[in-house]
Ligand binder design. Structure first.
Ligand code: ADP
Ligand code: MG
Length: 245
């Protein structure tokens, strides 16, 4: 069953077309990896799914929430946003909040949870990301890998139906990439529905149910990891893979 449906999505910045009619369905429990060269529109696609960017045209449905870009109403956008959680390339943690508070903030503010319940969820999540003992640490006291595990923990705590990851490991030192990918593999095994923009090809091969290749604001081709990585049909996909493999 489709959890996410995108129909005919268009987004421009000034006169630059960045998303040029994207259609995409993601099933419940499916793990989709998005590949594509820099500037192909991958981040913009993720950001349009929860209206961090406002598309000019198109329809986004996640679970029972639905927004048509042409008539986007604030209330519908808020409902849509609650269906997704976002993991950013640069972690986007609150620097003046502890690890625990970074996770509980959205639970109390957005979900209206009591401080006590939020702390309980927060501590549980900290322990599942392997940072139970760092609850009171400031982000500046954590390694990049640990900060991103907090970023992922924050997304997990929201317990939204769809998780969006925008190059979650590309800001990390190479030796820290592994711990973040391992955590994402745990989420994948739990069959969380995920869209992951990444250049980590071995991760994509192991975890993705489907790989989508984007270029110039369009989905150029998609298929299983074997289809896209081992037998790419489009010359642009082949050229990209030569660069990253
Ligand atoms: P990717 O994530 O695939 O590298 P992006 O979605 O970030 O690509 O960007 C696609 C294009 O849109 C790029 O040319 C980028 O410069 C442009 N772009 C992205 N965000 C903005 C913005 N807020 N304002 C103007 N141009 C933008
Ligand atoms: Mg990007």
């Amino acid at each position: 069953m489709a959890l996410l449906t995108i129909e005919n999505l268009h987004k421009s910045f000034a006169d630059q077309v960045v998303l040029d009619g994207i259609d995409l369905q993601v099933d419940e429990g499916e793990i989709v990896v998005v590949l594509g060269p820099s500037g192909s529109g991958k981040s913009t696609l993720l950001r349009c799914i929860n209206f961090l960017e406002q598309p000019e045209q198109g329809q986004i449905r996640v679970a029972s929430a639905s927004v048509d870009a042409a008539v986007a109403r604030n209330r519908d956008i808020q409902t849509l946003r609650r269906q997704t959680s976002f993991v950013f390339q640069n972690y986007a943690l609150f620097k003046n909040k502890t690890a625990l508070d970074n996770i509980t903030e959205a639970l109390t503010v957005v979900k209206g949870m009591s401080a006590k319940d939020a702390e309980e969820v927060g501590r549980k999540v900290l322990s599942s990301v392997g940072l139970a003992d760092r609850a009171d640490a400031w982000p500046s006291e954590l390694s990049g890998g640990q900060q991103q595990r907090i970023g992922i923990g924050r997304a997990m705590a929201l317990d939204a139906p769809l998780m969006l990851f925008d190059e979650p490991t590309s800001a990390l030192d190479p030796e820290k990439v592994h711990e973040v990918l391992e955590l994402m593999k745990v989420l994948a095994r739990q069959k969380r529905t995920m869209i992951v923009v990444t250049h980590e090809i071995p991760f994509a091969r192991e975890v993705a149910d489907r790989i989508i290749f984007m270029d110039g604001g369009k989905v150029i081709e998609q298929g299983t990891p074997e289809e896209v990585l081992d037998n790419p049909q489009d010359e642009r996909t082949r050229a990209f893979l030569r660069q990253v493999l």
